[in-house]
Design a protein around this ligand. Structure first.
Ligand SMILES: C[S@@+](CC[C@H](N)C(=O)[O-])C[C@H]1O[C@@H](n2cnc3c(N)ncnc32)[C@H](O)[C@@H]1O
Length: 256
């Protein structure tokens, strides 16, 4: 795996997460961080997989609502069950624009871009903290029609933005670019359920947010059932997984 602008000695959340999902697109520095977090918080691997499962359930549900365009912010390294796989599996004409700030993700973009021929899938390297670089991107504009509803998917990403980054303004800039009837779906680490100080993430810098802070991302949205819940519980059918940390909210809302 050789990518320009990648320092293999600097761990990156996309590759740490890839390790937890059982992927091979990570370096020793990423694995060291991943193992340190696993030692401190044994439920983290299950939590990562549940985060991914929320993504699948949310995208499936959005397709059922008739949504056929997705802006996935913080896509991660392609793994099974990616947004375009789920969406184009249900609607081959679905369009997906992926964004991530890890240059390694670009290395895998070819594999990622192999979407359904009727649909369209694109990937850009950009930072959510600079939303204009996303919204003004010619690739994104060529893929998504902003005059029709778009689902903005931000699963597991906002936790990596600090309060000083003003993640609320960044999300707002993206959702302001969409029409009413669009959706916002996100997961966010929280200490509300367990562990008052948040669960230990070792050297991985993350921000836990309260339910009230998470709901602020949904100003101007109607939160859909079942509301603000543990991500694993969001429209989950069957038995819930055991051995995980109740560590993330999952929420979906419809733009009013
Ligand atoms: C926990 S992973 C989630 C990946 C995927 N959304 C999923 O649910 O499987 C978080 C992703 O957010 C990306 N990320 C973190 N900060 C970001 C930023 N400021 N701009 C864009 N992407 C970011 C990371 O590179 C990583 O791929």
């Amino acid at each position: 795996m050789n990518a320009p602008n990648v320092d293999p000695n600097v761990p990156h959340p996309a590759r740490v997460y890839d390790y937890w999902l059982g992927g091979k697109d990570n370096y020793a520095a990423d694995r060291a961080v991943a193992e340190a977090v696993m030692a401190a918080t044994p439920g983290v691997v299950t939590g990562a997989r549940e985060n991914r499962a929320f993504l699948g359930r949310a995208v499936r549900w959005l397709c059922e609502q008739g949504v056929d365009q997705f802006l996935d912010l913080g896509s991660g390294i392609p793994a099974s069950g990616s947004t375009h796989e789920v969406a184009q599996g249900l609607n081959p004409a679905a369009r997906v624009a992926y964004v991530d700030n890890d240059p390694v993700v670009l290395v895998h973009a070819r594999a990622l871009l192999r979407g359904a021929p009727e649909g369209r899938t694109t990937y850009i390297e950009a930072d959510l903290r600079r939303p204009r670089t996303i919204l003004d991107s010619p690739e994104v504009r060529a893929t998504l029609d902003f005059s029709r509803p778009i689902a903005v998917i931000i699963v597991g990403t906002l936790t990596h933005l600090r309060d000083e980054d003003d993640p609320w303004a960044a999300v707002r800039a993206c959702t302001d670019a969409t029409v009413p009837g669009s959706y916002l779906a996100l997961t966010h680490l929280t200490a509300d359920f367990e562990l008052a100080d948040g669960f230990p993430t070792g050297p991985l810098q993350v921000t836990h947010r309260t339910g009230e802070q998470v709901l602020r991302f949904f100003d101007g949205f109607q939160v859909v059932e079942p509301g603000l819940v543990w991500a694993s519980d969001w429209k989950h059918l069957g038995a819930l997984p055991t051995g995980s940390v109740r560590g993330a909210y999952g929420v979906v809302g419809r733009k009013i």
